[in-house]
Design a protein around this ligand. Structure first.
Ligand code: B3K
Ligand code: ZN
Length: 877
C-alpha cells in the first residue's frame, strides 16, 4: 500500500479555470527512442475567475521530462518554476503571455495506452479523459478550449501518413531531411479531443455531400493488410452523417473526416475532432471474419463517434462530472440510429437486456454512483454503464415525456445556445424545458440519485363501474453515500389487454386510447382508468419506458398471454423472460437444497406457439428463445450460487430442447439456406434464429444434430455461422469440439480479431482443467499482455467459465487477482476494469464470498494505481 492514498475530487468544488489558452501550437518530432514535444500556449488570465494572483498550475505526467520552459521570450531559470506531483507551477505571470515548453516522452515505452503511444508500427494518441497531460504540460480540463495547430515531424519512409485534427495546411522538408506536416483545427476544443497518428497506412477514400451541398472528404486508414475490411464502416459513416442531418438537423463542419484503426486500444473508439481513432475490433468487418453482432457493433460505434461531433465536441462538458451530458445523449442517439437502420424492437430488447444485466448490477454494487457522480478518485473509472446506458435512459425518458417534436426543438435549442461552449447536464435540461414548456425540475433528480428504483404495481378492477385502478409504489434502495432516496419522476407507458390478448381501450384523464403515458412522480400513486369493459391484463412499462425493476404478481397464464399477443414487442420478450425467471428461480432453489431438479414448464407451451407463428420477426423469436443469462440471474439473486444457476439453466434448456425437438429441428432446417452473406436485418435475423434453434437441437444429442453442427462448422461461408457452430459444439460437449477448436485456430491464426474470439471461447470452457487451459493461453503465441483486446478475451472468457472461475477452492479468483496485480503497473485502466467480478463479493454465496474478499485484500496490499485503488478500496468498505 502507498503511504498516502489517492484522494477524491468533488463536483461541489468546481471552479472556473484561472487561465485560458486561446491558441495551442504543438510540434512533435517523432522518433523511436525519444520524441520531442514543443508547445507554445497563448495564455491569459480568465476574467471570469476573479483570482488575479493565482499561480499558473499546469497538469503533467510522471513519464515526461521537462527540458525547458519560457515565458514570452524569457527562458525561466529553475528557481522560477516548480515541479510538484507531476504539476508545473509558475508563480509570477503576466495577464497575457506566451508559454513555451519543451518535453521529452518515450511513446514506445507507454504501456498505459494514454497520451502518445505506439501500436504496431504506428504512433497514435488517446487523450480522453486526462491523457493529454502525458504529452505536455497543459490545463488538461474540458472547460479550457483552444484552437490547435499541430506540426508533425518524422521520417516519411517509416511514417508516410501523419495526421492530426482539422485540415492539413502545410507540408515540407526540414533541414535534417525529415518531412513535416502542419494541421490546423479551426474549432476551439479541449485537449481531450486532440489526436495525432503517424504510420505507414493504407487509406480508403470516399466523400459525402452535406445537406447544404458541401463536399466532405472521408478517409479510413488501416495497416495495409486490413484496408479491404473498411467498406462497411465507410457505409455506416455515410448513413450516420445523413441520419444526423435528417433527425437532428446536424451538419458536419470540417472539410475532412478521418478514421484510423489501431490494434492496441483501451476501449472501443474515440471521437477526436475530425480524426476518430478506433480499436480495430470496432471498425474492421468482412463476412468471413466478422460475426453479425460485430457488424452491428461497428455500425453503432462509427455512428456514436460521429454523433459526438455535435454532442460532445461542438458542445462539450464543463467538467468530468458532466460526462453523461455527452455520453448518455450520444448513446441515446446511436441507439435510435441503429433502431432506424434495423428493427426498433430488437434493438430495444438488446439494449435493455444489457442494461438490466450489467448496469443494474453496477448500481447494486460498491461502485454504484449517480449518472452525474458527485465525486471520483480516478475519472477513468467513471466511463461506466451508469453514465452511458442509464444516462441514455434519462434522455430517452425526456424524449417520451416531451414527444418527438418538442424533444427536437429542445435539442435544436441546446446545440444553438451552447455551440462552442463547455456546459453541464443542467444546461441540457434547461434547453429541453425552455423549448418545450415542460417542467423537468423533479425529473432532473435522475442525474443525482444512484440506485435502481423498485416499482411495485398492484391493481383492482371494479366490474360494476368499469374502473381499473393501478397503484404504483416506488422505492430506491440505499447506495454508497446515499442512504435516503426520494421519489423520481418517470413516464410509464401502459396498455391493457383482454384475456385473449386484444387491446382494451380505456379512458385516462379524458383520453380514450389503447395506450397511455402515466406521469409517475410520487412514492405511491393511484391511476384510474375508466370504461374498462373487462378485468384487464396490464402491459406495464412498455418499451421499458423507465429503468426500474418492476414487481407485479403476474400469473403464468397472464405472462403467456402477454408473450404471445401484446402489441408491444418489447413486453412480449419481457414477459417470456419473466416466465423463464420464475421457473429458473424454482429450479435454482431445488439445486441449492440438493433435490433432483424437476419442473412443469409453461414455457414449453409458449415456445411451441412461438415457433409455429410464421408472422413473427425471426430475430424476436430468437431473443425470446434465449433463456435469461447466467449474469442476469446472478444480478437478480440476493445470494449468488453460480453452480446452481448454471445447473438450473442447463436443466430448463434440456427440458425445452427435448420437449420441442421436432420444432427446433424443423426451424433450423428451414432456415439453413446457403446464400451469399449480407449484413441486413432480415439476414441477421435468419441466422440468429437458425443458430439458436441449432443450439437447442444439439442439446438433445440427436445424431443428426451432431452432423448438422459439424457440417455448418466446415461449410459456413461466414463467421457468424462458423463461430456459432463452434461455440455450440464447445458448450454442448460435441465429440469433435476439440478438433473443431484446433481447426479453427489453424484456419484463422493470421487474423488477430478472429484469434481473439478463439481465445475467448478457449478460456470460457467448462472443463476440469480449465484453469490450466487459461494459464496456457497466457503464454500462447497468440497472446500479448500489451493488447487490451487479448487480455479482455482471455480474462473475460475465463470469467464466464462457472466451474473454473467460481471454483470453491478460490483458485479462479486468485488467478484473476494475479493478473490484476501485474496489469496494475502496466495498464491501470485495464487492470481496474478487470476488478469488476471481484467487486460483487458481498452478493456471493458464503464459501465464495470470503475467497473473493481475500483476493481483494491481497490486491489492496500492493502499491496501487489510482484506478485500481479506487475500485478495490470502495469494494472493501
Ligand atoms: N469518449 C470515448 C471514451 C473515452 C474513455 C476514456 N477512458 C469513447 C466514446 O464514448 O465515444
Ligand atoms: Zn461516447
Amino acid at each position: 500500500m502507498k503511504e498516502s492514498q489517492p484522494s477524491a475530487i468533488y463536483l461541489k468544488d468546481y471552479q472556473v479555470p484561472p487561465f485560458l489558452i486561446d491558441k495551442t501550437e504543438l510540434t512533435f518530432d517523432l522518433d523511436e527512442t525519444t520524441t520531442v514535444v514543443t508547445s507554445r500556449l497563448h495564455m491569459r488570465r480568465n476574467p471570469a475567475s476573479g483570482k488575479s494572483t493565482q499561480p499558473l498550475i499546469l497538469d503533467g505526467g510522471p513519464d515526461m521530462k521537462l527540458i525547458g520552459v519560457a515565458m514570452d521570450d524569457y527562458q525561466l531559470p529553475p528557481e522560477e518554476y516548480r515541479l510538484i506531483d507531476d504539476k508545473l507551477i509558475i508563480t509570477a505571470t503576466a495577464d497575457e503571455f506566451l508559454l513555451t515548453c519543451e518535453t521529452l516522452i518515450e511513446p514506445q515505452n507507454n504501456t498505459r495506452l494514454e497520451g502518445l503511444y505506439r501500436s504496431s508500427s504506428m504512433f497514435c494518441t488517446q487523450c480522453e479523459a486526462e491523457g493529454f497531460r502525458h504529452i505536455t504540460y497543459y490545463l488538461d480540463r474540458p472547460d479550457v478550449m483552444s484552437v490547435f495547430t499541430t506540426t508533425i515531424i518524422a521520417d516519411s519512409k517509416r511514417y508516410p501518413v501523419m495526421l492530426s485534427n482539422g485540415n492539413e495546411i502545410e507540408r515540407g522538408m526540414t533541414d535534417e531531411g525529415k518531412t513535416f506536416v502542419v494541421w490546423q483545427d479551426p474549432f476551439p476544443k479541449p485537449a481531450y479531443l486532440f489526436a495525432l497518428v503517424a504510420g505507414d497506412l493504407a487509406v480508403k477514400d470516399d466523400h459525402f455531400v452535406t445537406m447544404s451541398g458541401r463536399k466532405v472528404a472521408l478517409q479510413i486508414f488501416t495497416e495495409s493488410h486490413n484496408i479491404d475490411k473498411v467498406d462497411y464502416a465507410m457505409e455506416a459513416l455515410k448513413l450516420s452523417m445523413r441520419w444526423d442531418e435528417e433527425v437532428y438537423g446536424r451538419e458536419y463542419d470540417l472539410d475532412i473526416f478521418m478514421i484510423v484503426a489501431v490494434d492496441d486500444f483501451n476501449m472501443g473508439a474515440m471521437e477526436n475532432k475530425g480524426l476518430n481513432i478506433f480499436n480495430s475490433s470496432c471498425l474492421l468487418a468482412s463476412p468471413e471474419t466478422t460475426t453479425d453482432d460485430a457488424y452491428l457493433r461497428v455500425e453503432a460505434i462509427v455512428a456514436h463517434e460521429y454523433f459526438h461531433n455535435w454532442s460532445g465536441n461542438r458542445v462539450t462538458c464543463r467538467d468530468w462530472f458532466q460526462l453523461s451530458l455527452k455520453e448518455g445523449f450520444t448513446v441515446f442517439r446511436d441507439q435510435t440510429f441503429s433502431a432506424d437502420m434495423h428493427s426498433e424492437t430488437v434493438k430495444r430488447v438488446e439494449d435493455v437486456s444489457f442494461l438490466k444485466t450489467a448496469q443494474f448490477a453496477e448500481d447494486a454494487g460498491p461502485m454504484s454512483h449517480p449518472v452525474r457522480p458527485s465525486s471520483f478518485i480516478e475519472i477513468s473509472n467513471f466511463y461506466t454503464l451508469t453514465v452511458y446506458e442509464k444516462g441514455a435512459e434519462i434522455v430517452r425518458m425526456i424524449h417520451t415525456l416531451l414527444g418527438a417534436q418538442k424533444f427536437r426543438q429542445g435539442s435544436d435549442l441546446y446545440f444553438e445556445r451552447h455551440d462552442g461552449q463547455a456546459v453541464t447536464c443542467d444546461d441540457f435540461i434547461a434547453a429541453m424545458e425552455d423549448a418545450s414548456g415542460v417542467d423537468l425540475s423533479h425529473f432532473s433528480r435522475w442525474y443525482s440519485q444512484a440506485g435502481t428504483p423498485v416499482v411495485t404495481a398492484k391493481d383492482e378492477y371494479d366490474a360494476e363501474q368499469g374502473i381499473y385502478r393501478l397503484t404504483l409504489t416506488q422505492e430506491t434502495p440505499e447506495t454508497p453515500n446515499q442512504p435516503t432516496k426520494l421519489p423520481l419522476h418517470m413516464p410509464v407507458r401502459v396498455g391493457l389487454l383482454d384475456e385473449n390478448g386484444n387491446e382494451l381501450a380505456a379512458g385516462y384523464q379524458g383520453d380514450a386510447s389503447v395506450e397511455h403515458v402515466l406521469d409517475f412522480t410520487q412514492a405511491s400513486q393511484v391511476f384510474e382508468f375508466t370504461d374498462v369493459r373487462e378485468c384487464p391484463v396490464p402491459s406495464l412499462y412498455r418499451g421499458f419506458s423507465a429503468p426500474v425493476k418492476l414487481r407485479y404478481d403476474y400469473s403464468s397464464e397472464n405472462l403467456l398471454t402477454l408473450m404471445s399477443a401484446d402489441s408491444d414487442g418489447f413486453n412480449r420478450w419481457s414477459s417470456a423472460q419473466q416466465l423463464a425467471v420464475n421457473e429458473l428461480t424454482q429450479l435454482i432453489e431445488q439445486a441449492k437444497s440438493g433435490v433432483e431438479l424437476s419442473i412443469h414448464s409453461q414455457l414449453v407451451k409458449g415456445f411451441k406457439r412461438l415457433l409455429s407463428d410464421e408472422s413473427l420477426d425471426p430475430a424476436m423469436v430468437a431473443l425470446i428463445l434465449a433463456l435469461p443469462s447466467q449474469a442476469y440471474l446472478s444480478e437478480l439473486a440476493t445470494s449468488i450460487y453460480p453452480a446452481e444457476i448454471k445447473q438450473a439453466r442447463a436443466h430448463l434448456k434440456a427440458l425445452l430442447a427435448n420437449s420441442l425437438k421436432d420444432e427446433f429441428k424443423k426451424t433450423y432446417q428451414s432456415l439453413n439456406t446457403q446464400v451469399d452473406y449480407e449484413a441486413t436485418a432480415t439476414e441477421i435475423a435468419r441466422r440468429s434464429l437458425k443458430n439458436t434453434t441449432l443450439s437447442y437441437w444439439l442439446e438433445t444429442a440427436d445424431e443428426q444434430a451432431l452432423v448438422a453442427v459439424a457440417e455448418q462448422f466446415s461449410n459456413a461461408n461466414n463467421m457468424t455461422d462458423q463461430f456459432a457452430a463452434l461455440s455450440i459444439a464447445v458448450q454442448n460437449s460435441h465429440p469433435q469440439a476439440d478438433t473443431f477448436m484446433d481447426a479453427f485456430y489453424q484456419q484463422w491464426q493470421n487474423e488477430p480479431l478472429v484469434v481473439n474470439k478463439w481465445l475467448m471461447l478457449s478460456a470460457s470452457q467448462e472443463r476440469p482443467d480449465a484453469l490450466d487451459v487459461v494459464t496456457g493461453l497466457m503464454s500462447h503465441p497468440a497472446f500479448d499482455l500489451k493488447n487490451p483486446n487479448k487480455v479482455r478475451s482471455v480474462l473475460g472468457g475465463f470469467g464466464q467459465s462457472v466451474s473454473a472461475f467460481h471454483n470453491l477452492d478460490g483458485s479462479g479468483y486468485a488467478f484473476l487477482a494475479d493478473q490484476i496485480i501485474v496489469l496494475n503497473k502496466r495498464n491501470p485502466q485495464i487492470a481496474s476494469r478487470l476488478c469488476t467480478p471481484l467487486t460483487r463479493w458481498k452478493k456471493m454465496q458464503p464459501e465464495l464470498s470470503s475467497k473473493m474478499k481475500a483476493q481483494l485484500e491481497r490486491i489492496m496490499a500492493e502499491e496501487l494505481s489510482k484506478d485500481v485503488y479506487e475500485v478495490i478500496s470502495k469494494s472493501l468498505l
